[in-house]
Design a protein around this ligand. Sequence first.
Ligand SMILES: NC(=O)N[C@@H](CC(=O)O)C(=O)O
Ligand SMILES: [Zn+2]
Ligand SMILES: [Zn+2]
Length: 345
Amino acid sequence: MDAITITRPDDWHLHLRDDKALNAVVGHTAAQMGRAIIMPNLKPPITTTEQAIAYRERILAALPSGSTFEPLMTLYLTDTTSPEEIVKAAESGIVKAVKLYPAGATTNSASGVTDIAHCDGVIATMAKVGMPLLVHGEVTDSDIDIFDREAEFIERVMKPLLASHPDLKVVFEHITTQQAAEFVAAASDNIAATITAHHLLFNRNKMLVGGIRPHYYCLPILKREQHRQALLRAATSGSPKFFLGTDSAPHAQGDKESSCGCAGAYTAPVAIELYAMAFEEMQALDKLEAFASLNGPRFYGLSPNTDSVTLERREWRLPESYPYTEGQDIIPLLAGEILPWALKA
Ligand SMILES: NC(=O)N[C@@H](CC(=O)O)C(=O)O
Ligand SMILES: [Zn+2]
Ligand SMILES: [Zn+2]
């Protein structure tokens, strides 16, 4: 196949940050995606509908002129989020989901939930009004190895949560393990998952063999090959439960290439190209459209985009960096490398 045309994709898990960083990155996503679910882990986090509406306005203002990209907003769940705030969010039509960050699990999760028991009433309200819960699924207990934190989350948090709230819509975000892929596939229809391009393309060797490569450090951390294979099978299985979520998570070069580097891979400029590489590895390019453009809107109760994008088989070299904030560049994943697929302008 030398070209593939699909319904324009959406990104169901994206970090856009704010201010100068927002201005630097939003165009990369808007050039490819029709819509994106915007993560609320700003400093301070987006915890109210009012803040989500204001953040949405800042995103729209930062878009290149003429762009029709649509940001879909989320709230950051805390120990003190009220059921009233959830009702308000649902009625706004602007807030599409609520995000659970276990406190301390990832970037800007300090205000996250310390114990999900604190949120039982709020989650019951979410189930009642049909507001999806998006989950960063890792336990944070210091005795649990970083490579086991997602699998352990399924047992300790996800299963009890779904048992108490069987009608709750849940997206298990950025799944990275065979356990998560199998759990979601076997769960009821109201449970889905996003999968990143980098977890489909790379195992942990990419990050650790021949030198430590900080741009491959993200959370949940890259796993061993067995897990990558399970994610590839899930993404290309044709199941509507799995859809595209890049988790493109920009951090300044200096914050990544550091003695204590931040977690997050910046993939927005080449998101759909990277997914095409992964699907081609499975000889499943015919499954790309459902994963990238149809399954997500279906889960969120939205229509697919009405226009399309075309990928051409044409080698091109990704830039080494892009301008980011004052005096800082951002390094995309696969910076300076040759990619086999190009998005037709
Ligand atoms: N994925 C990451 O490694 N980082 C994300 C947070 C997240 O999605 O967990 C970020 O905001 O930088
Ligand atoms: Zn996360
Ligand atoms: Zn994320």
